[in-house]
Design a protein around this ligand. Structure first.
Ligand SMILES: NC(=O)c1ccc[n+]([C@@H]2O[C@H](COP(=O)([O-])OP(=O)(O)OC[C@H]3O[C@@H](n4cnc5c(N)ncnc54)[C@H](O)[C@@H]3O)[C@@H](O)[C@H]2O)c1
Length: 315
């Protein structure tokens, strides 16, 4: 059995365009224009967070599709559209696209706040927070709104897609659970290729491939920090140089978002057992509200640094 689309699209800014994987189907390396043909005529993205915005931009830029983004949080939509502007300007300034192409890409992206406005979308990629109840509710509601031929994909990092699909009356159109049809799988693969991605597939298991391997690695790096074995810098430098990766595990955790890392570790722990217990320090960072980037928040809120130092002392 295969499953698709849990994008492990990494983070903000330039990084956003570099690393996509998908649940069940990993999607790697976006390029600027793809000549691949997709049957999808209108793409929808649910959630204007870092992943949703990244997916929407790749859809509009590489697949050159009209994309509707749904989010109920207006601030998040505003923030997301600003990020789109920044990324398009960066492409223009680096001569990757012309000014005119930049304008067209932006025009292809529209935002909506009511789910009924997605009724004309034929392929949805859900990228709301990593919470099974939230995702199931969206799938149930979308099932009622969308044309019966429309396909639904989730960007989940770890949650069972079969469980999410069970909230709908179209499990054969969900990427991809137990009863996903071959047609749905093929349409999805073509869409991914049109977005400049290379697909990989896995079974519907917690964490799929990428997060099954990546999250325990990040979690262990946080435990190394928690136990005072090495500093943040030494952990990251060792792994960056030692494994020839663009960044170390703690920087990567910052980019992913510590709340997302914790949510994924909790799913792995619940579903796969003790070996995957989240690091105490990870839970504490999230409890302290340090969700987006340890570095940025530490720089902005020195009092929080004190609190974290205290946490280190207590630990
Ligand atoms: N961050 C990563 O690197 C990464 C990588 C791979 C997969 N993922 C997965 O992608 C998904 C999204 O992650 P993210 O990092 O973009 O999270 P995020 O917190 O940046 O964005 C989540 C978005 O969901 C929206 N949302 C929450 N509740 C909503 C509701 N009821 N109605 C409408 N919108 C709602 C929020 O407003 C926000 O815009 C998660 O399932 C995550 O596990 C994340």
């Amino acid at each position: 059995m295969t499953r698709l689309f849990n994008s492990m699209i990494s983070q903000i800014g330039h990084h956003m365009n570099k690393c996509y994987t998908a649940n069940g189907v990993g999607l790697f390396r976006s390029c600027f224009h793809s000549s691949a043909v997709t049957q999808v005529k209108q793409l929808g993205v649910v959630g204007a967070g870092q992943m949703g915005i990244g997916i929407a931009l790749v859809g509009a830029k590489v697949a050159q599709l009209p994309v509707k983004i749904l989010d109920t949080n207006l601030k998040q939509i505003e923030k997301g559209l600003k990020l789109v502007d920044v990324l398009i300007s960066k492409d223009v300034s680096k001569n990757r696209i012309t000014d005119e192409e930049g304008v067209f890409i932006k025009k292809r992206i529209t935002t909506v706040t009511d789910i009924s406005e997605l009724s004309d979308v034929d392929f949805i990629i859900e990228a709301v927070s990593e919470n099974i109840d939230l995702k199931r509710k969206f799938f149930e509601d979308l099932d009622n709104v969308l044309n019966k031929e429309s396909i639904l994909a989730t960007n989940t990092s770890s949650i069972s897609i079969t469980k999410i699909a069970a909230a709908t009356k179209r499990p054969e159109k969900i990427i991809s659970g137990l009863t996903t049809s071959d047609e749905t799988l093929n349409i999805t693969k073509k869409l991914a290729i049109s977005m400049g991605k290379t697909c990989t597939q896995s079974q519907d298991v917690p964490g799929f491939i990428a997060n099954r391997l990546l999250m325990p690695y990040i979690n262990e790096a946080i435990i190394v920090l928690e136990q005072g074995i090495a500093t943040r810098e030494d952990v990251d430098t060792t792994m960056k140089l030692g494994t020839n990766t663009p960044m170390g595990p703690l920087t990567l955790a910052d980019f992913i978002g510590l709340d997302t890392c914790l949510a994924i570790m909790k799913v792995l722990h619940n579903e796969l057992g003790e070996k995957y217990r989240p690091a105490i320090l990870l839970q504490k960072y999230v409890d302290a509200g340090l969700l987006d980037s340890i570095k940025v928040i530490w720089a902005e809120f020195p009092e929080v640094i004190q609190e974290i130092k205290l946490i280190h002392l207590i630990l």
